[in-house]
Design a protein around this ligand. Sequence first.
Ligand code: NAD
Ligand code: MG
Length: 335
Amino acid sequence: MTQMRYDRDADPTLIRERRVAILGFGSQGHAHALNLAENGVDVMVGLREDSARWQEAKAAGLAVGSAEDAAKWADVVMMLVPDTTQPAVFRDAVRPHLRPGDTLMFAHGFNIRFGTIEPPRDVDVSMVAPKGPGHRVRETFLEGGGVPALLAVHQDATKRADALALSYASAIGAGRAGVLTTSFAEETETDLFGEQSVLCGGVSELVKAGFDTLVEAGYQPEVAYFECLHELKLIVDLMYRGGLGYMRYSISDTAEWGDYVSGPRIVDEGTRARMRDVLAEIKSGEFAKRWVAENQAGRPEFERRRAAERAHPIEEVGERLRAMMPFVGPVKVPR
Ligand code: NAD
Ligand code: MG
């Protein structure tokens, strides 16, 4: 049975009675640290000594130290450095300072699910994973709202891990939107599947395939860009507000008919079978193993693919067209 909880279900004093280290001050780290501190929680940000973020966190009025100093001082440690960096930070800075009854927290289950971090048995291990980018976690908090979060308990040494995680979730603003109970396995597997098959991988390939098909057939790249990328946001906005039904209500009957007869020819049983393969490779740990090995090798394939994707013609056309549409808030990818 799905369990949704809100601020009214949380005890705000639990997290205020603890000392919370936020390791990392990136997308999630800055949002958690600032939201917690403004809710009266005792926070220290842990960073590398040479981190460019050090001054930024200090200027925001937060206590800052090395990752090791923060972990030593704290009794709750939230791991918000990149997933691939977490095992080394855990081994060097966190593990030596974990005392019985401490709490180790994550915002994504990767390292626990795939065994790349093995915490000692006498600490609590929990997750509060906001279902949105870190910058929105901060912005919605300032607007009086919040981003929903998934909560999970992997290890409950104190028998109080769930209540503390809920108190933490509430203090970053997630209790205003809803906190959904899950497991590390469910969060990790669905998150990886969603980003690979639909949100990032699936959509990018669909957009490129549509663009390439039109351009190869001799249509203008600018027309293809508007059709296959720019309009996607307008369609997704309708889905976001009212589901597929509202999108179909808003488009023309011709578009709706084309959706029904041609959509299933593009995403067919073969696509669904390959989605099941992708999910099976996530569950077996094959995907994680390959990604960990890629990082250990210095990311050669990752960099090669990133460079090739950046050179796709849709990126050049898009950059030119967006420059003429200041109202979309054009940005350039930092190199
Ligand atoms: P990020 O890349 O934005 O920030 C990482 C931070 O860690 C930076 O401040 C960096 O300086 C610091 N850092 C890197 N190496 C370090 C080291 N060795 N020692 C100390 N500090 C170090 O990361 P992020 O996207 O916020 O991801 C953090 C966690 O949150 C991950 O587990 C991720 O899966 C999860 N998460 C992220 C998002 C998101 O919106 N980006 C959403 C949900 C969950
Ligand atoms: Mg995700």
